[in-house]
Design a protein around this ligand. Structure first.
Ligand code: SAH
Length: 680
């Protein structure tokens, strides 16, 4: 059997369906999964173990047999903990077949085959009875089905079903309870991920302002959660308007209802300001006493307690539908609505309570289109005034009053900048966006909804394009170099360009640097023994999937969330000259970089693109600067960078920094992909 995988082709920008071997999907799933990260989450593991031991003892003290149901067993870890704690029998349910197979092996290797039965089913398919999957209902319910938003992975319907069909009334549950916390904040930085701010352009005839359409102001946006490593958000980037309060909690030892509902709390602002954002996280109490607590609270909540780094659980940023002025001491109501899988928030002042609460019940739907076109990072980039200034300055150097300008980039403001900054003549752009109406530019900027290779002279009213611009940015790009699609599009439109066409950016370069990660290495590092249980089978399985065909390649990560130190000077490894078409032959680069003689482990290479807009104006989508002598790096906050983990991370502990690293990097002009190899 074959499966088909959708993927954007970086040479055409189009989605393509590639036929893949049957096991492709699950190799991807395992290679990119969070299992390794969970196994490295010491705080989580220790507290689960404590909670499970306590639950087994309570059942035993009542003189009952301890029968455990572990839903979503993964490696079998929590069932093995239960068996070690003295449980009489465990039913370990896992829906994902490769994981269920791994659990069987791991359970056997650790000598628990007689105590743990792995059931490869979704929990809602599990049967109970003499001929069923489970002989009887369980009296201990153990699960770890939570995501950053707590309920996004379907914990509620799973619990609801389990209480109805799989566990006894009054069962023990580990965790016993989850509690969701919120804090109301004002933050220009985070609000910039959700609304377009007016964009100021210094034009020859005075300042022009690109205004966001009015629909955008009140648009509730999209319901998908914005999960980030909030611990990387400096306190100077937001102002707390309220204390941290409990929004709602779920008791997992009692029947759980998954049907949509809402919760309301009263907040007394501790400061006056613009309420824009609700920051949220949760904790899980492993036992009824609440003494064994695993918390996702960010650094400012319990400044004295040590933070556990983890990537499988982070914190949530919720955007209020619109900003609302709050005054210190004047109470407001915060409503959390949820359906089975997601949560959203609204704020009501005393005067507008009833209407607003009714409106809140509906899951947010974007009305302005922008939230469908731009993701959070993209909003952030478009709101970056420094970035806008750099493009404006560069555009000013290439545009004149009779320029015929073509812009190739997704959801870009460049056409508007170009209009204000130069050519009074008609301009043509390929892009898909409707912000122009709000700025009365419908007849100044023409949208050509056609792929570059299908353009005809008539699209340009038989004129030739004298200025071709791009950020470049394409929403289908996963890795930094996928935006080289601009070069392919430039090649496809060659016949429509004047012989002395100006292309902006004129070129791009690929940069590379060897780094030591503070924590990110954990997601690829084998675990070996976890709380005394041998989980090497899982390590091997991940390793196997990483080695499966193309898995051993660079992966995108937003590095502002994942601190690292540079171990060498950044290297420019490849350049791409947009003034000419894409060449036939591949571009490649080989070399060796000397590592700084500092204490540090080489975890991998980071790669990013820089675009050269004009003689002395370049935009980096990666490194902004190395901020101190320790080598700590500042990264472009709007972009993901490519990370290539060295095998020293994936195989065992990273090597102490060697003196030099040699590299080979090859850009295949046929496929638009970059292959790389590093030797330490
Ligand atoms: N319990 C393990 C793994 C947790 S990851 C640990 O704590 O280390 C969650 C696992 O639950 C995933 O492997 C997922 O495939 C599985 N899962 C989620 N919902 C499920 C359900 N309703 N029934 C069976 N398996 C489920």
């Amino acid at each position: 059997m074959k499966t088909f995988c959708g993927r954007a082709n970086p040479t055409t920008g189009a989605m393509e369906w590639l036929e893949e071997a049957e096991d492709y999907d699950y190799h991807q799933e395992i290679a990119r999964s969070r299992y390794a990260d969970m196994l490295h989450d010491k705080d989580r593991n220790v507290k689960y173990y404590q909670g499970i031991r306590a639950a087994v003892s309570r059942v035993k003290e009542r003189g009952e047999q301890a029968i455990v149901l572990d839903i979503g067993t993964g490696t079998g870890l929590l069932s093995m903990m239960a068996a070690s704690a003295g449980a009489d029998f465990c039913y370990a349910v896992e829906v994902f077949r490769p994981m269920a197979n791994a659990a069987v092996k791991i359970v056997e290797k650790n000598g628990f085959s007689d105590k743990i039965k792995v059931i490869n089913k979704h929990s809602t398919e599990v049967t109970v009875g003499p001929d069923g999957d489970m002989e009887c209902r369980a009296n201990i319910l153990v699960t770890e089905l939570f995501d950053t938003e707590l309920i996004g992975e379907g914990a509620l319907p799973t619990y609801e079903h389990a209480h109805k069909h799989l566990v006894q009334e009054g069962c023990e549950a580990v965790p016993h309870r989850a509690t969701v916390y919120v804090q109301l904040v004002e933050s220009r930085r985070m609000w910039a991920w959700n609304k377009l701010f007016p964009v100021h352009v210094e034009a020859e005839d005075g300042e022009k302002i690109i205004v966001p359409p009015s629909e955008m102001e009140n648009c509730p946006g999209v319901p998908s959660v914005c999960d980030i490593q909030l611990n990387q958000m400096p306190s100077s980037d937001f102002t707390a308007l309220s204390d941290v309060v409990t929004m709602f909690s779920v008791d997992f030892s009692k029947p759980v209802q998954s049907a949509s509902t809402s919760y309301r709390v009263q907040l007394e602002p501790v400061k006056s300001g613009k309420a824009q954002i609700v920051l949220s996280w949760w904790d899980i109490g492993m036992d009824p006493s609440g003494m064994i607590n695993c918390s996702m609270a960010p650094y400012w909540v319990n400044p004295t307690s040590a933070l556990q780094w983890r990537d499988h659980w982070m914190q949530c940023v919720y955007f209020l539908p619109r900003e609302e002025r709050v005054v210190q001491g004047e109470k407001v109501q915060l409503t959390a609505c949820r359906d089975e899988y997601s949560v959203w928030y609204t704020l009501q002042k005393a005067s507008q309570e009833e209407d607003a609460a009714a409106a809140a019940a509906e899951s947010p739907v974007c009305r302005c289109q922008a939230h469908l076109l731009w993701n959070r990072a993209r909003f952030g980039a478009l709101n970056d005034q420094h970035r806008t200034r750099q493009y404006s300055e560069a555009l000013r150097t290439v545009l004149n009053t009779d320029s015929v300008c073509l812009c190739i980039s997704d959801g870009s403001l460049l056409p508007v900048l170009a209009h204000y900054l130069g050519a009074k003549q008609v301009q043509y752009f390929i892009l898909i966006f409707k912000l122009f109406k709000a700025n009365h530019l419908e007849d100044k900027i023409r949208i050509i909804e056609a792929r570059p290779e299908l353009l005809k002279p008539s699209h340009f009213e038989d004129k030739k394009v004298s200025v071709l611009v791009g950020e470049p940015f394409f929403s289908t790009s996963l890795l930094p170099w996928h935006n080289l699609y601009f070069w392919y599009a430039r090649t496809a439109v060659s016949s429509h360009l004047t012989s002395n066409v100006t292309v902006l950016p004129q070129s791009a370069s690929l940069h590379m640097m060897i780094v030591e990660f503070q924590d990110l290495w954990r997601i690829r590092s084998p675990c070996g023994i976890c709380e005394g249980f041998d989980v090497q089978t899982m390590d091997d399985m991940i390793e196997d999937s990483l080695n499966f065909r193309e898995s051993k390649e660079a992966e995108p990560h937003p590095l502002w969330e994942y601190p690292c130190r540079s171990l060498c000077e950044p290297q420019e490894v490849l350049t791409f000259d947009f003034r000419g078409p894409v060449p036939q032959q591949c571009l490649s680069s080989e070399g060796s970089v000397n590592l700084r003689s500092v204490e540090g482990k080489s975890h991998g290479a980071v790669l990013w693109m820089e675009y050269h807009l004009a003689a002395d104006i370049s935009i980096s989508t990666g490194l902004m600067r190395i901020s101190n002598e320790k080598g700590n790096c500042d990264w472009n906050r709007h972009c993901k960078q490519a990370v290539y983990f060295f095998s020293s991370v994936t195989e065992s502990e990273a090597l102490a920094a060697p003196a030099a690293v040699t590299y080979t990097i090859n850009f295949d002009t046929k496929t638009g992909e970059i292959a790389m190899d590093f030797k330490l």
